[in-house]
Design a protein around this ligand. Structure first.
Ligand code: NIG
Ligand code: FE
Length: 421
């Protein structure tokens, strides 16, 4: 926190895309991306004080005694990106799984044969909290340089009370050394641990009765996730687990319909904040989600990593759903960890407008995390924004992730920059 009140005027900015008034639900045409030409931003400490044209802000800057950060090249400014679904707290590599999948084995078969999630659990359990925290910091640093200023991070490779706590404490301590905001989620219901010699129900009971109160006590997270899938947890297992979590004040998010359907129904029934994956969703599930308040989160990185279909993003939007896009960065199904590239690729396959791609990784991703204070550039929102060295926003998507931000601003501070040409 700044103890001193400081204002900064950043500009002039060739195109400033604030997304202030765009809806959370439904399709968006590119014409909706109204921009301020030759604009600027006045920040006040961590927040946006005002956006407008550079000339009107120059007047206002005098009143508030803002420091001028003058830009000398053409820049396009967009809100800081939000990756609403990652698993970047892990140890080990699953390069072998990847090779096996490409050689024809399925994700679920590799898991049954002892690879898959359990392999990462074994490595993650061997790592201590400090090592895990360093891994999170390193990956968060990579993401921040790509313009991702808020990162959701799941546990789920511990799969016991102590080991899940170790992961969530590692995420909490990683926050001290990264400028990106980390939003932790408990995914203790990822798969049934192989060394738990009882059934799914008693595992979930142990987690909800013992782990949940500690999460609240230590303020480790306020979100609970579960993987609803064959070989993981069934809808019948998970419904009472989510009910308990909700009654204790947690928000719910679901790994839903990745290979088979069932998860999205639970997401809607329980009133989850988001349902993520949805690669297997049919018309029925699309309708269910789109007519609810659950944000659909497409994870193109998992489709690319596994060689599977993409989530039906176009249909979700056309049915008036809210569509966010996240990387799912994890060592198994989505090892790439490049949100903008993946969102652009999803756009080419699912025929998304640039506005829909941008909304999916900014304010719609904020909605998937129930965060109201970011994802758009407007007075009172966090001063999280990216400056791309180009003269038109279309260039950002056209380069499919190869054009990265020249400057990343987080909570009113320049946290990453490249020398401009
Ligand atoms: O979102 N589907 C389940 N969980 C992760 C993958 C985790 C892993 O393979 O390690 C996912 O794709
Ligand atoms: Fe995931």
């Amino acid at each position: 926190m700044n103890s001193k009140s400081t204002y900064k005027l950043i500009g002039p900015i060739k195109q400033l895309i604030g997304l202030e008034h765009l809806p959370v639900h439904g399709p968006l045409r590119d014409e909706a991306l109204t921009s301020i030409v030759n604009g600027g931003i006045i920040t006040h400490n961590e927040q946006i004080h005002r956006i407008g044209t550079f000339s009107e802000l120059t007047e206002e800057a005098k009143n508030v005694k803002a420091e001028l950060i003058k830009l000398h090249e053409d820049f396009v400014c967009v809100p800081g990106f939000i990756d609403a679904h990652t698993h970047i707290c892990f140890a080990g590599s699953r390069a072998k799984d990847y090779a096996m999948r490409n050689a024809g084995q399925s994700y679920l078969n590799i898991a049954k044969a002892g690879g898959g999630i359990w392999d990462t659990v074994t490595h993650t359990r061997k790592a201590d909290q400090q090592e895990l925290a360093e891994g999170v910091q390193k990956r968060a640093h990579t993401l921040l340089n790509q313009g991702i200023t808020t990162i959701e991070v799941k546990s789920g490779y511990g799969l016991s009370i102590e080991e899940e706590l170790k992961m969530l404490r590692a995420i909490q301590s990683a926050q001290i050394n990264t400028k990106a905001d980390l939003i932790a989620t408990c995914l203790a219901a990822h798969v049934l641990p192989k060394d738990f010699d009882d059934n799914h129900q008693s595992y979930l009971d142990a987690i909800s009765n013992i782990l949940f109160p500690i999460l609240t006590q230590e303020q480790l997270c306020n979100r609970i996730d579960a993987f609803i899938e064959q070989g993981a947890f069934s809808p019948t297992d998970i419904y009472p687990y989510f009910k308990k979590a909700k009654a204790m004040g947690f928000d719910i998010t679901v790994h839903a319909d990745q290979f088979t359907v069932g998860g999205s129904q639970i997401a809607v029934d329980i009133g989850a904040v988001s349902a993520d994956h949805l690669e297997a969703s049919t018309k029925n599930e699309v309708n269910l989600i789109a007519h609810s308040n659950v944000v659909a989160v497409a994870l193109p990185g998992a489709s690319i990593g596994l060689g599977c279909d993409f989530a039906p993003a176009r249909k979700i939007l056309n049915t008036k759903g809210a569509l966010a896009i996240a990387s799912d960065w994890n060592p198994g199904s989505a090892p790439m960890g490049d949100l903008l590239t993946q969102a652009c690729i999803l756009g080419t396959f699912e025929k998304l407008s640039n506005a829909e791609i941008l909304a999916g990784i900014t304010y719609r991703a904020a909605a998937a995390l129930k965060l109201n204070d970011r994802g758009r550039l407007a007075k009172g929102k966090l001063a999280d924004f990216n400056l791309f060295q180009t003269d038109h926003f279309n260039e950002i998507f056209y380069h499919q992730g190869k054009l990265t931000p020249a400057q990343v601003w987080k909570r009113g501070c320049l946290v990453s920059y490249k020398n401009c040409i």
